[in-house]
Design a protein around this ligand. Structure first.
Ligand SMILES: [Zn+2]
Length: 151
């Protein structure tokens, strides 16, 4: 299953928009994590919006997890991170854009990266300097996923 199969896989959502989130100020945030299966140190990434619209309303500073659809503009830019691709998660009971270990191919669950203390993306603002690298995404990107705000 490659990313191309998953673009536009979801039908229109509320308001007729095909995606729940849009942003012209979005970033790929990457960090090092340890694969839960083979213990290799790997790069994991997530999408972070400094500002954007969620279902048409303006919000600032949120990360997006459990991504189920991305538009072509975002998909093209994500080719730089081939280990960040659609995969099936039993925990999430569905397919979403997830990090995979390049060594053993295990899916690295968004829940553990974003929601568990110690997860690479549990806190972005509080991360030590140098631990997290940020790459700006160009133009307007659209995607469907779960937004997460830091307190
Ligand atoms: Zn692994």
């Amino acid at each position: 299953m490659d990313k191309m199969d998953c673009i536009f896989e979801e039908g229109p959502i509320e308001g007729g928009e095909p995606y729940s989130i849009a942003s012209e100020d979005a970033y790929v945030v990457s960090a090092k994590a340890r694969c839960w299966r083979c213990r290799a140190v790997i790069e994991v990434v997530c999408i972070y919006c400094a500002a954007g619209e969620i279902l048409g309303d303006h919000y600032e500073e949120f990360a997006v997890s459990n991504i189920t659809a991305v538009d072509a503009a975002l998909w093209r830019q994500l080719e730089r991170w081939p280990s960040f691709r659609f995969g099936y998660s039993r925990t999430a009971e569905g397919r979403y854009l997830a990090n995979h270990c390049p060594c053993c191919r295990a899916l690295q669950g968004d829940y553990f990266l974003h929601c568990e203390p110690g997860g690479a993306f549990f806190t972005l603002k509080g991360a030590p300097p140098g631990v997290i690298a940020v790459t700006p995404l160009l133009g307007r990107i659209r995607l469907t996923g779960d937004e997460g705000f830091e307190p």
